[in-house]
Ligand binder design. Structure first.
Ligand SMILES: [Zn+2]
Length: 274
């Protein structure tokens, strides 16, 4: 009798699960009908299986493949910048990686734009997750202890309601199994938007705009010292153009972190020739 009841309850549970899945598909289809989702890049209507991009745009994404080389053009550019600004001091080589090549005229620039100005947090997480899944395959990223998104000034964060770099960081973190910390680095200067500035103006604009929260980092280092010391921090932003924002964050963090703690950078787009 007991066996029979168990069998029936198993059947009922299975039926409920199937019904829930079917209902979810119908609801998704109904939502798509009422509020059609479109591809961020080409604007075509997405089908049920597609997320944020249509299959064709996903396949044709101009990937950088930077994750395959520890010393790639983005990392070399970033390390040159660091050396120019830090002087003779020896630093751990900063690794750098981006998901796709960012070009002014290319339609893929719509991805970071969409996340930043349309507040599509879910797209931020989605593309961050794609990059994270590529990075977990790289031996040079397997010692990353924590992820720090490039912060917004608190007033801008309040006005916008979200930080696009944080969304990307969340996607990366879930793929890499590493925590995100938003309390270790703050933007103290409210800077003008970088988009229309020239190379030197960009660097001057963000110089000294960030500050590391020394007490929090010290506490973290002490807490970690018993087990495993902090070895590798990953800075996350939406796009790497001149590298001046990443550099300003790097300098702020380096003021508190010892020189043997590696500070690397990961972004969705990278301006480059690849
Ligand atoms: Zn498309």
């Amino acid at each position: 009798m007991k066996k029979r009841i168990t069998l029936w309850s198993e059947k009922a549970l299975k039926f409920l699960k199937v019904t829930a899945v079917t209902l979810k598909i119908y609801l998704k289809a109904a939502a798509d009908f009422l509020l059609p989702r479109t591809c961020i890049v080409c604007g075509r209507r997405l089908n049920l299986q597609e997320k944020h991009l249509c299959l064709q745009c996903l396949m044709e994404m101009p990937l950088t493949y930077f994750w395959l080389q520890s010393h790639n053009q983005m990392a070399d550019r970033f390390n040159d910048l660091i050396q120019k600004n830090i002087g003779e001091r020896k630093e751990s080589y900063a690794f750098a990686v981006a998901l796709f090549v960012y070009r002014e005229e290319a339609p893929y620039k719509k991805i970071p734009y969409h996340i930043k100005y349309h507040g599509d947090i879910s797209a931020g997480r989605y593309f961050g997750n794609i990059l994270g899944n590529k990075m977990v395959e790289c031996p040079h990223f397997d010692d990353v202890d924590l992820i720090i998104p490039v912060p917004l000034h608190w007033l801008r964060r309040l006005k916008r309601g979200y930080n696009q770099a944080e969304a990307i960081a969340d996607g990366l973190a879930s793929a890499m199994g590493v925590p995100v910390r938003t309390d270790l680095l703050v933007r103290t200067k409210r800077t003008a938007t970088q988009t229309r500035l020239g190379l030197e103006a960009k660097a001057a604009n963000v110089k000294g705009a960030f500050e590391a929260v020394a007490e929090q980092i010290q506490a973290l280092m002490e807490e970690e010292s018993g087990a495993e010391a902090l070895t590798h921090v990953l800075l996350v932003d939406d796009v790497f153009t001149t590298g001046s924002t990443a550099l300003a964050c790097y300098i702020a963090l380096r003021a508190v972190l010892p020189s043997d703690v590696r500070i690397s950078v990961a972004t969705l787009g990278a301006v480059g020739r690849a």
